[in-house]
Design a protein around this ligand. Structure first.
Ligand SMILES: C[S@@+](CC[C@H](N)C(=O)[O-])C[C@H]1O[C@@H](n2cnc3c(N)ncnc32)[C@H](O)[C@@H]1O
Length: 423
């Protein structure tokens, strides 16, 4: 019988648990909390608010987040810090591995965070753990390691509130071409050896790979260079299966969930990679999952899928520009710097794992960007731009803002928030 703070007998025999006890993932030193906060997707508060709550989220009103399979704590620490800064909310962390939990707890202590409750156990047992229901669940890089990922997704759904949402990350096959061949070779070479010896063997094999090997040809798979824990996770995993876009949708569907958004959104749009109208026309009638599946095959470089998902019964949850009280929130980028040097034909330059992007921006992108600070409303930003040029009409400036927003949101660099007073 599972308990909240003890693993069940089944978990004790799990090779995945043995792996994460020996090599907690990702490799983190609690001392580093003094100098930086690791932020990313899924589970950045700005993303949660944008994709799952229409831009309206008051975390001071009893907001509860679960980090399922929290590992050494990246998502739990990021979210707990952001919630603490925002003045409310709590995080519950659950993981099979006690060693991973110890590191996560030390990181929380180093930051003085007291809004995380730590538990050791399997996410499969969540419905019986009596931890309550959650507004948000992070499950990043975990379900694809379960013997029965569908059962894992269903367990998450059972502790998710009907008005809540999930941020999920699972591996994707095409961008990991070569990884599964490497895993198979390493099983042949030393599947029965102790893990520490297999690590040495993997490094040896990596050094000897011929130039034609898919991994050698893919500079965008490089986690194994960071540490032994990352190498084990990539090449020596006890259980690991990737998901295509339709398979992600199927996994969600089986748990009464549907995708709200795949991120970054532009990765999942075929038009990002090809502009030929004759080729794009037949894709126009596809549903969002169909288009995303085409983009995945076309790009060929997706190593993982990050998807925000909601219960099927929820209406659209992605924030939209409804009126000029909306506040554009930059993320991981300084809009003033992005605006620097923009000429009459501004471009947003980005790179998706080797695929360069050149996104045309409207003429007013620069003047709009310098006013976007995460505090000013769209109305204030538009008024500021018009004050510099009396010939401009508000409608035109707003249309150019929408175009600018689409580009930056498409690479996950801008989100929308509505003021708390309107919630
Ligand atoms: C690849 S790590 C990801 C850690 C963290 N989510 C992150 O993204 O940094 C996978 C984690 O899932 C945990 N895990 C695997 N199966 C689990 C299960 N059934 N219940 C809870 N945690 C599990 C492992 O112990 C490990 O810490």
């Amino acid at each position: 019988m599972p308990t909240v703070d003890g693993t069940s007998d089944a978990d004790d025999r799990d090779p995945v648990l043995a792996q994460y006890e020996a090599y907690p993932y990702p490799s983190r030193d609690p001392k580093d909390e003094k100098t930086r906060l690791i932020e990313g997707s899924p589970s950045h508060l700005d993303e949660i608010r944008h994709y799952l709550f229409g831009g309206r989220l008051d975390v001071t009103a009893d907001f509860r987040a679960l980090v399922a399979g929290g590992g050494t704590g990246d998502a739990a620490i990021m979210l707990a810090q952001q919630l603490s800064d925002a003045g409310g909310g709590e995080v519950v962390y659950v993981d099979l591995s006690r060693k991973a939990r110890e590191i996560a707890e030390a990181r929380a202590a180093a930051r003085g965070l007291s809004n995380i409750a730590f538990h050791t156990g399997s996410l499969l047992d969540l419905p019986e753990m009596d931890l309550g229901a959650f507004d948000y669940i992070d499950c990043c890089g975990v379900l694809h390691h379960l013997e029965d990922p569908a059962a894992g997704a269903m367990a998450l759904r059972r502790v998710l509130k009907d008005g809540g949402g999930i941020g999920l990350m699972v591996y994707a096959p095409f961008g990991r071409t070569g990884v599964y061949e490497m895993q198979a070779m390493l099983r042949t070479l030393g599947g029965d050896l102790p893990l520490a010896q297999r690590v040495a063997q993997a490094r040896r094999l990596w050094d000897k790979l011929p130039q034609t090997n898919w991994l050698k040809r893919n500079p965008f798979v490089g986690d194994h260079k960071r540490s032994d824990a990352e190498l084990v996770d990539l090449f020596l995993h006890a259980r690991d299966r990737p998901y295509t876009v339709p398979e992600v949708a199927g996994l969600l569907d089986g748990a009464d969930l549907r995708p709200a958004a795949f991120v970054e959104p532009l990765r999942y749009d075929p038009a990002t990679y090809m502009k030929d109208p004759a080729l794009l026309k037949p894709l126009a009638d596809l549903d969002p999952v169909g288009r995303a599946a085409f983009a995945e095959r076309l790009a060929g470089n997706m190593k993982k899928h990050i998807v925000y998902a909601v219960p099927k019964g929820r209406a659209d949850t992605v924030a939209a520009i409804e009126d000029d009280t909306v506040v554009p929130v930059p993320s991981g980028l300084d809009p003033r710097k992005a605006a620097q040097g923009m000429g009459p034909n501004p471009l947003l330059k980005a790179n998706f794992d080797g695929q360069p992007l050149r996104l045309p921006l409207p003429r007013l992108a620069g003047p709009l960007l310098v006013r976007i600070d995460g505090e000013r409303s769209l109305g204030e930003i538009v008024a500021g731009v018009m004050a510099q040029d009396s010939t401009l009409e508000a409608k035109r400036v707003e249309a150019q803002f929408a175009e600018t927003f689409r580009a930056f949101n498409g690479i996950n660099r801008m989100f929308l928030r509505y003021p708390t007073s309107r919630m």
